[in-house]
Write a protein that binds this ligand. Structure first.
Ligand SMILES: NC(=O)c1ccc[n+]([C@@H]2O[C@H](COP(=O)([O-])OP(=O)(O)OC[C@H]3O[C@@H](n4cnc5c(N)ncnc54)[C@H](OP(=O)(O)O)[C@@H]3O)[C@@H](O)[C@H]2O)c1
Length: 258
């Protein structure tokens, strides 16, 4: 479980502990991880270990990946750790852009690749990747964040297809606005949002786990008609891909005089 020291990850950790999962909680803030681990051990009687790791740091990511990759008791990976800076690209620091790509993309892919071979060998396991509704469409302030979440979306959907017919399940969870510290971290305070579009972490995680239990591969907790809207999205992206499968340029580019 990554990003377990706050927000959505801490809520996942509590729900998973309540279901009897032994947990490894990863994030940077050791004090918060230790406090949560202690609470969950006492409340649910499960084994919980705090694993301090800056997953945006290549060496620390590699060490954590090696550890979970070598652990054949891992049955579930929740790739939740993420960060966000919401600003136009020209107003975003290189460091902030790098932090988003390193954590939201590189860490998620590396940790997935760490546990996947073992899960495939055992033909058992589940990987939950936390994307975002902003992975389907970027807003003027979310270009980089949206691009990282679009990567998560396409990577996770590709994996879902690759693993069809196995007992390894993969779920993309794409929340909309959820009440966590991430908003303040992003530079857009939570207080600036209309409360009518903000979900609690508890409601978000309960819905995501209900989706997992139901065998959903794409869970969009706040979307009422998700199946229909995702089918429409897939139909139009497939039509675009299909229309590209030609050896000649499109006619509008032929016989054009400069
Ligand atoms: N909140 C929303 O509205 C919303 C909507 C859609 C998707 N999401 C996604 O949901 C996920 C969880 O976000 P959240 O809203 O719960 O945010 P949050 O409250 O800010 O929590 C983020 C978690 O990630 C950890 N983290 C951040 N940087 C890290 C690093 N370099 N290495 C390891 N862990 C790191 C944080 O712990 P430390 O600081 O202790 O490292 C924290 O536990 C993210 O992937 C986010 O993109 C959130």
């Amino acid at each position: 479980m990554t990003g377990a020291s706050a927000g959505i990850g801490a809520a996942y950790a509590e729900c998973l502990a309540a279901r009897g999962f032994d947990l490894v909680l990863a994030a940077r803030r050791t004090d918060r991880l230790e406090a949560l681990a202690e609470t969950l051990r006492n409340k649910f009687g499960v084994a919980v270990r705090a694993a301090t790791a800056d997953l945006a740091d290549a060496d620390q990511l590699e060490a954590f990946a090696a550890e979970i990759g070598a652990d054949d008791t891992v049955t579930l990976l929740v790739n939740n750790a993420g960060t966000s800076t919401l600003a136009p690209v020209a107003d975003t620091s290189v460091a902030a852009a790098q932090a988003m790509t390193d954590l939201n993309i590189r860490a998620l892919v590396r940790l997935t690749m760490a546990v996947l071979p073992g899960m495939k060998d055992r033909d058992r396991g589940a990987i939950v990747n936390i994307g975002s509704v902003l992975g389907f469409r970027s807003l003027p302030v979310s270009t980089i964040y949206s691009a990282t979440k679009a990567y998560v979306m396409l990577f996770t959907r590709g994996l879902i297809d690759e693993l069809a017919g196995t007992n390894v399940s993969v779920q993309l969870v794409a929340p909309a606005a959820t009440a966590t510290d991430l908003w303040d971290i992003s530079g857009v305070p939570l207080s600036a949002l209309d409360p009518a579009i903000v979900m609690t972490v508890e409601a978000m995680v309960d819905a995501a786990l209900a989706g997992l239990d139901a065998g959903e591969t794409i869970t969009m907790p706040s979307v009422e008609e998700a199946d229909r809207l995702i089918a429409d999205f897939d139909a139009s992206t497939l039509a675009l891909l299909g229309a590209s499968q030609k050896s000649a340029p499109a006619s509008r580019y032929l016989n054009v005089t400069a």
